[in-house]
Design a protein around this ligand. Structure first.
Ligand code: DCP
Ligand code: MG
Length: 459
């Protein structure tokens, strides 16, 4: 095991709920519960204010409603969680090539491999700066753990919650772990925990005292060995970089909407070239070309075309992107364009004939992005669904979110991340002045920014 605390574990605080509070000023400081609102829904997460009532992830929603009847109940907005996750992961990748994401809001980073930290003082500085950067870029707080192993780094970030940083000094690991519950260790779930408890083993110290042979007898060879090592705070697991990006994409946001069709076409060609450069730099090729267009009104559409074989040929990607653009109406102006390649292979198919002959056009929705299309559809008003917590726009009152709906009415609170807590108004569900909208960014981008927010791993 290394002897400096240079493995960092980051975990965002009450992630989905914090995004909702940042988006909706009226919910700041309040109990917020995000999850499935249907009869069998479960809690995805709860704000810290709601946790006071005993509400937690994976709890049935009905139980949460009994515990916290006055909380705000919202349906997840995965699109914005994913966007913010990408911003956070990009900050981590600035620190090291070895970033191992565990979920949207959690990752290990090997700071030593990135050359940014080598001892306690430098690691602490990097961790503190990272937390400040995350706050500046996303407006949210994340907790950081630093230690000489993954296991301890994760325990440290847990101790740091919420909104803190904990560093475990090498050499102190065993003393720290000893009195903790066996459930603290990775790989000890409820079942193993029960099993150990019946054998009279509750703490990590008791686990170490039981000895390796006893643990192997209780839990089997592999698990017993591994757990004994963990009990002694031995954890040699390396930080493993994300194996393969699902897609490579680049996008630009324009500070002034582009209206000129020829200019839009040129921008798409430029983005296609940039996307291919990234693809090639990563030694990848892909089969599906994706075009993303966000229009003046924030309605966002994606169009994709799947080739018969993978390509990293700029001409092929340019052509496909241009074809996709043909099917998109941009007359109102566009504020963002993106080009991506997905369906990646880590080899290049030289068979250009296959690619040119390919072309089965799919107008596929990206997973989880249906709401982006809702804004675009020629909506039959009766079909529109007003989902609690989701974004809407009213021609007169502007941006808001659905607070509730029923009995032919929808209640909307009009507020934005930048505004004061907003007012509530009620409309008929088929009010033509009301339509679904895209989430607004939590932090207003740098002014004047043609934002080079190219990224790897975006759909
Ligand atoms: N999540 C989920 N279902 C679960 C657990 C989590 O949908 N059973 C989602 C919602 C969380 C996000 O994943 O916001 C991150 O999970 P965490 O376990 O990190 O929980 P939080 O970030 O919400 O809170 P904490 O501050 O405890 O990390
Ligand atoms: Mg979290």
């Amino acid at each position: 095991m290394r002897n400096a605390p240079t493995i960092l574990h980051l975990d965002m605080d009450a992630f989905y709920a914090s995004v909702e509070q940042a988006s909706k000023p009226s919910l700041r400081g309040k109990a917020v519960i995000v999850g499935g609102l249907g009869p069998r829904g479960v809690v995805a997460t709860a704000s810290y204010e709601a946790r006071v009532f005993g509400v937690h992830s994976a709890m049935p929603m009905a139980q949460a409603r009994r515990l916290a009847p006055n909380a705000a109940y919202l349906v997840p907005r995965f699109g914005i969680y994913r966007d913010i996750s990408e911003q956070v992961m990009a900050l981590l990748r600035e620190l090291s090539p070895l970033v191992e994401p565990l979920s949207l809001d959690e990752a290990f980073v090997d700071l030593e491999a990135g050359g940014v930290a080598w001892d306690e003082a430098s690691a602490r500085l990097v961790g503190a700066k990272l937390r400040a950067d995350i706050r500046a870029v996303t407006g949210l707080s994340g907790s950081v753990g630093l230690a000489a192993s993954k296991m301890l780094a994760k325990i440290a970030s847990e101790q740091a919650k919420p909104d803190g940083l904990v560093l475990i000094e090498p050499g102190t690991e065993r003393a720290l772990l000893g009195p903790m519950s066996v459930r603290t260790l990775p790989g000890v779930g409820p079942a193993t925990g029960d099993h150990l408890r019946r054998a009279g083993i509750h703490t990590v110290d008791e686990l170490a005292e039981a000895g390796e042979d006893e643990l192997v007898r209780l839990l089997g060879k592999a698990h017993g060995h591994a757990l004994y090592a963990m009990a002694l705070a031995h954890d040699e697991r390396p930080v493993v970089a994300e194996r393969e990006a699902k897609s490579v994409s680049v996008e630009d946001t324009y500070d002034v909407d582009i209206h000129d069709r020829a200019r839009v076409g040129m921008e798409v060609q430029r983005l296609a070239d940039r996307c291919v450069r990234r693809l090639r730099a990563a030694g990848l090729s892909g089969r599906t070309i994706v075009l993303k267009v966000r229009r003046y009104d924030f309605s966002t559409l994606t169009r994709s075309e799947t080739l018969r074989g993978p390509t990293d040929d700029p001409a092929v990607v340019r052509e496909a992107a241009a074809r996709l653009l043909d099917s998109v109406d941009t007359t109102g102006g566009v504020r963002l364009l993106g080009v991506g390649v997905s369906g990646l292979a880590d080899y290049t198919q030289e068979d250009l004939f296959a690619q040119a002959a390919g072309e089965q056009v799919e107008h596929a929705e990206e997973e989880g992005d249906q709401e982006e299309f809702a804004g675009e559809r020629e909506a039959a008003p009766a079909e529109r669904r007003w989902v609690a917590g989701h974004d809407v726009r009213h021609t007169e009152y502007g941006h808001g979110w659905v607070q509730g709906s029923g009995l032919g009415r929808v209640t909307v609170r009009f507020e934005t991340p930048e505004s004061e807590p907003g007012r509530v108004r009620t409309f008929r569900v088929d009010d033509p002045e009301l339509e679904p909208a895209e989430p607004l960014p939590l932090v207003v981008r740098r002014p004047g920014g043609v934002d080079d927010s190219g990224s790897v791993g975006v759909g």
